[in-house]
Design a protein around this ligand. Sequence first.
Ligand SMILES: [Zn+2]
Length: 250
Amino acid sequence: MRKTLTVAFVATLLTAAVAHASDDHKPHWGYSGHAGPEHWGELEESYHQCAMGKTQSPINITGGPHRDTQTVAQRYASAPLKIVNNGHTIQVNYAGGSTMTVDGKEYELVQFHFHSPSEHTQDGSPYPMEGHLVHKAQDGSLAVVGVFMKEGRENPFIQQIWAHLPHEVNHEVSVEGASLNVADFLPANKAFFNYSGSLTTPPCSEGVNWLVMDQQVEISAAQVKQFLDLVHENARPVQPLNGRPVAHRM
Ligand SMILES: [Zn+2]
């Protein structure tokens, strides 16, 4: 009798400790099991668009014949290297002043981060990784540039970041004396697929202007493994297109 009570008490303490550790005033979400992508919409009222949204991301991209002219201007400056492991991805926080103008609307680059495998797929297949450059306009709306990463040579831009991968979660690491320019990460060919989608993580907010680059950049298998060993797979499955147009622009 006494033994049973003790076990139950310890179990309660453990549950309380686990609940507290993940109590970041938003529920824990992840990429597998009960907190996985198919359950995001049930975890919290403010995540309802993850389940109910009709213009969600990522999507499968097929190379359509439609092409119109791009009106995109990117003005990226070098920024001090600041890296954070937020428990869902590796994110590089970018200093203010780097902008992208899309169809006359100006956005500022806020951060970029990575997914493995890629979240968008091309003709039904994922790439080993995808980078997301998150830009914010003054009215709060977002434009995200997606960059597919295929297996190939070691990527020197990525190596700068991977050399300082933070193991501690939610602790931004400023790498002394190091800076980088995200322009060095982008493919040479600036053609892209353009569609209206959402954040690919809770709360899955819609109205995101997506620009997914057509040309891939390379990353070595060892670099992909280094990311996966630390972060593990972090790709939301593709979502229904629901008739949205995807423009192929160049
Ligand atoms: Zn992302």
